[in-house]
Structures are given as structure tokens and as C-alpha cells.
Unconditional design. Structure first.
Length: 90
């Protein structure tokens, strides 16, 4: 059975660091609990459409994580993280 691993991009790492420390801990904890080592990362997120087709979003409270699921390398490449009001404008 495949187990996915999470890879954070430089932009996602920077975005998480810029958030409030409690929010950063919440997001990292959620990633570790739900995505790291999971068998089906699609069960926790929702596919995006339009110009972001192929990307997945994960809802964590008022924050969103945007990622690409790579089945060939069994990894989840985290693209960005931020508040729901601004994440899709970037």
C-alpha cells in the first residue's frame, strides 16, 4: 500500500512561517496528522477547477493549503498556505 509524504515548497514554508505562531502550529499539526503517511490524500481535500485544475485544496479552519498530488512519486507537493480570504488571489 502506498504511503504519501508531504513536501513543502519554499513559498509554502515562507507562508506558514509568516502566520501567527498558533496558526502555524495548527497547520503543521494538521499536515502531520492527516496527510503525512496517508494512503489516500484525496479523501481530505477537494479538487480545484478552472486555471487551478490539477491542484487540491485542504480546509483547515479559516485557512487553506494548496497542493499538487503526485502519484508517480507518492508525494504531496504543498504549494501555498494562507487565510481563505487571500489564498486564491496569489
Amino acid at each position: 500500500m502506498k504511503r504519501y509524504r508531504v513536501i513543502l515548497s519554499k513559498a509554502a514554508t515562507k507562508a506558514i512561517r509568516k502566520l501567527d505562531p498558533s496558526v502555524s502550529r495548527m497547520l503543521v499539526s494538521w499536515i502531520e496528522k492527516n496527510l503525512e503517511g496517508c494512503a489516500n490524500p484525496r479523501a481530505f481535500g477537494k479538487g480545484m477547477s478552472g486555471d487551478r485544475a490539477g491542484q487540491w485544496r485542504y480546509r483547515v479552519g479559516d485557512y487553506r493549503l494548496v497542493a499538487i498530488i503526485q502519484d508517480e512519486t507518492v508525494s504531496i507537493f504543498m504549494l501555498d498556505a494562507g487565510h481563505r480570504s487571500t489564498i486564491y488571489d496569489r
